[in-house]
Design a binder for this molecule. Structure first.
Ligand code: HEC
Length: 109
């Protein structure tokens, strides 16, 4: 009986070590340039206001309508629109500042 338990133990160890070796290695995904990346909720915490602003714009500002074309309005024209939209999107002061910087950076010149 003891011998059987020993054999069983060795088998389990072999199976275990084989399964671990057989596990596929996941290749690292190539890092895309920031501008082309799709916004992620993790970006909300970015210290770069343009990255956080992009995430807010693409995630929070698209709850009711598709992302509007940023260059359809100048920063001055955006002001009253943003004023009403940030309330709709329930943004806090930091998020308002971030999304405003993002919008202005891409607004009509
Ligand atoms: C609670 C819903 C809601 C949220 C959230 C929201 N919007 Fe809107 N937005 C609307 C509605 C309704 C309209 C008017 C109908 C339309 O143009 O689709 C509108 C219109 C707009 C327009 C067009 C204004 C015009 O004069 O033609 C822009 C630009 C816009 N939203 C930007 C934003 C931005 C930026 C955010 C995020 C800060 C945002 N929206 C979040 C509901 C929302």
């Amino acid at each position: 009986m003891k011998k059987l338990a020993g054999v069983l133990f060795v088998c389990i160890v072999i199976i275990f070590s084989c399964t671990r070796k057989a596990a596929p290695t996941i290749p690292n995904r190539p890092v895309e340039p920031v501008a082309g990346n799709k916004a992620d909720t993790a970006d909300f915490n970015s210290s770069n206001p343009l990255v956080a602003g992009k995430a807010i714009y693409e995630i929070k500002c698209t709850k009711c309508h598709k992302a509007k074309n940023l260059s359809d309005w100048t920063p001055d024209e955006w002001k009253p629109i943003l004023n009403s939209m940030v309330k709709k999107a329930k943004l806090n002061d930091l998020q308002i500042s971030q999304v405003t910087q993002y919008v202005n950076a891409h607004a009509k010149k």
